[in-house]
Design a protein around this ligand. Structure first.
Ligand SMILES: *[C@@H]1O[C@H](CO)[C@@H](O)[C@H](O)[C@H]1NC(C)=O
Ligand SMILES: *[C@@H]1O[C@H](CO)[C@@H](O)[C@H](O)[C@H]1NC(C)=O
Ligand SMILES: *[C@@H]1O[C@H](CO)[C@@H](O)[C@H](O)[C@H]1NC(C)=O
Ligand SMILES: *[C@@H]1O[C@H](CO)[C@@H](O)[C@H](O)[C@H]1NC(C)=O
Length: 238
């Protein structure tokens, strides 16, 4: 049997995504916009009891971060989209990093390892509002982390929506893929900067959403990471 290495992220309370082989970490997304939010200490305890050692937040909520302090759980904090434009100023980025990231570090602090810059800022539904403000925010926040002396441990990265990728229907294989034409110049700046800083590229892929909300062209076989999916052969790779 082939050994598959993967990091599984699943939405808390929605279910576990099955994954065959070696799992090197289990993480959840923790959003706090809810009709009946659980107290943060209870959520942290639930994570510990379930062996979940990584969490992705969508902001830098103080009560959530205080509950995570000392837990050892690896945390991705986030700068929400509405603050991206502000971070065009390096001084504002510095102040944000100081207040919302580095102030939580320390021996009994929060184990922050990533800062998400926006959340899916290039969704077409945003009409381009965040296209020109995302890269400057990424750059200024990572530079602020570097200047604060934590850049080797904490990486800034942009969680992209899946359709930052574009592959022509005439050649729908991975090697035929490029970035979406309207954002290709920003995407190139982003991946180049992230590469220079040793930061990961992140893309949120929800094939079941593509299946149910898309135009019907999404292949069912690929929606559920099913072992019986039709394999794709591309340049000799399967
Ligand atoms: C923080 O998370 C990393 C990655 O999971 C882990 O290696 C490290 O031990 C954690 N640090 C603390 C202080 O718990
Ligand atoms: C940053 O942290 C400060 C102090 O906790 C808080 O008042 C502010 O709302 C935070 N900013 C953002 C964008 O989360
Ligand atoms: C994007 O444009 C459409 C059509 O003009 C409009 O209905 C929608 O509200 C806009 N969305 C945003 C986030 O500005
Ligand atoms: C983004 O910048 C480009 C190039 O300067 C410009 O053509 C475009 O109108 C800008 N988009 C927005 C939404 O400001």
């Amino acid at each position: 049997m082939s050994r598959v290495r993967c990091t599984v992220a699943y939405v808390l309370f929605l279910g576990i995504l099955g994954c065959v082989g070696v799992i090197n970490g289990l993480g959840v997304n923790w959003g706090i916009i809810a009709s009946h939010p659980l107290p943060p200490e209870i959520v942290v305890q639930l994570m510990k009891d379930s062996g979940i050692d990584k969490v992705k937040l969508f902001d830098t909520d103080k009560t959530v971060l205080n509950a995570l302090a000392g837990s050892g759980i690896e945390v991705m904090v986030a700068l929400p989209n509405v603050y991206l434009a502000n971070m065009a100023s390096p001084d504002k980025a510095k102040a944000w990093v100081k207040q919302n990231v580095t102030s939580y570090l320390g021996p009994k602090g929060v184990n922050i390892t990533y800062v998400a810059i926006g959340n899916e800022p290039f969704l077409q539904g945003y009409n381009g509002s965040f296209v020109n403000v995302t890269f400057p925010a990424l750059k200024n926040v990572q530079n602020a982390l570097n200047d604060a002396g934590v850049g080797s441990k904490i990486k800034a990265t942009v969680p992209c929506n899946a359709d930052v990728y574009y592959s022509p229907w005439s050649n729908p294989v991975p090697s035929g893929g490029i970035f979406r034409p309207d954002i290709v110049s920003e995407m190139k700046k982003i991946v180049d900067f992230q590469d220079k800083n040793g930061a990961p590229f992140i893309v949120n892929i929800y094939p079941f959403i593509s299946l149910y909300l898309g135009d019907g062209a999404f292949p069912t076989d690929y929606a559920f990471f099913d072992e019986i999916s039709n394999p794709v052969t591309d340049n000799g790779r399967t």
